[in-house]
Design a protein around this ligand. Structure first.
Ligand code: NAP
Length: 263
């Protein structure tokens, strides 16, 4: 059995085991491949990862709060993971730990069209925002970054590109990505973020990376105004699909994974 896992703290609500195990079953691979959730506190992370290859694991996903530590524990890092400064995918091979980041690819594959040449507003300057800004600037979008703590937005832009803004102007953006954690505990994005309910319209795409607290209020308002909306589960499925391809070399069944994520 080739074992995979997602490592996080906490991890009980992760959709990743359902997404991957359902895909293995759909492809008739469930006898050979399995995917589980492992809760590991930050002070045990490196030790836990180093033990995995000896236990039959061939790879892992890594989520909050371990994405930075995953990069540090690895022996080899992809250019994407190094530049973003975080890894969400580990590959265990030949006594080596390789680090990759599929969050950026997951976002790009979830977008309905290329962001090249589009004005984009990224909200947030944490780990998720780093992957978003990396992907959008590399694809040729004109990226503005707003963050509650302005200095972090300035720092992120200095490292990865984009322009830090303190007061995003209404109607200026064709693509808006919420990569803050606002909404995770039911917060109202229109109270916490510099967004107005009358900003949205047909020519926009709005992405909310946050999932797990019912329907996104942000996407509800944007969708009603005619914007194209992409939710956090779609991005999660796409990054999972990219990791699946890396580990197995097989094209994953996206519809099956989507249904499992939303079940
Ligand atoms: P993080 O590193 O902890 O960053 C949190 C960000 O949210 C910071 O920019 C923080 O601003 C901001 N923030 C928190 N509370 C806020 C508030 N009340 N008002 C305004 N801004 C606030 O977290 P992360 O790893 O980037 O993750 C962010 C979210 O994305 C999480 O909900 C995570 O689950 C989600 N995510 C989804 C996917 C996916 O595949 N769908 C992938 C990755 C992450 P300050 O700097 O001012 O504190």
């Amino acid at each position: 059995m080739r074992r995979l896992a997602v490592l996080g703290f906490p991890i009980e609500f992760s959709r990743s085991p359902a997404i991957h195990n359902t895909a293995f079953a759909a492809l008739g691979m469930e006898g050979e491949w399995s995917y589980e959730a492992i809760e590991v506190p930050p002070d045990r992370f490196a030790e836990r990862v180093r033990a995995m290859q000896g236990e039959g694991f061939v790879g892992a996903n890594v989520t909050v709060p371990h994405k930075g530590a995953a990069l540090l524990v690895s022996d080899r890092r992809s250019g994407v993971a190094r530049e973003i400064g975080a890894a969400n995918t580990l590959i265990f091979e030949d006594d080596e730990i390789r680090a990759e980041n599929t969050d950026a690819r997951g976002l790009m594959e979830a977008l309905p069209e290329s962001p090249a040449g589009r004005r984009a507003l990224v909200l947030g300057a944490g780990g998720a925002a780093r992957a978003v800004v990396w992907a959008l600037t590399r694809e040729g979008a004109e990226v503005s970054v707003w963050n509650r703590t302005g200095d972090r937005a300035a720092q992120l832009c200095a490292e990865l590109g984009g322009e830090a803004v303190s007061d995003p102007a209404a109607g200026d953006y064709e693509l808006i990505v919420n990569s803050t954690s606002v909404g995770l505990r039911g917060e109202d994005p229109f109270d916490e973020l510099p967004l107005s309910r009358d900003w949205f319209g047909f020519s926009q795409t709005v992405v909310d990376l946050v999932y797990g607290h019912g329907d996104s209020k942000l996407l509800g308002v944007a969708g009603e105004a005619g914007a194209t909306v992409v939710d956090g589960l779609e991005v999660l499925v796409r990054q999972g699909a990219a990791s699946f391809r890396i580990w197995t070399g097989v094209d994953p069944p996206l519809d099956v994974m989507r249904d499992a994520a939303r079940a």
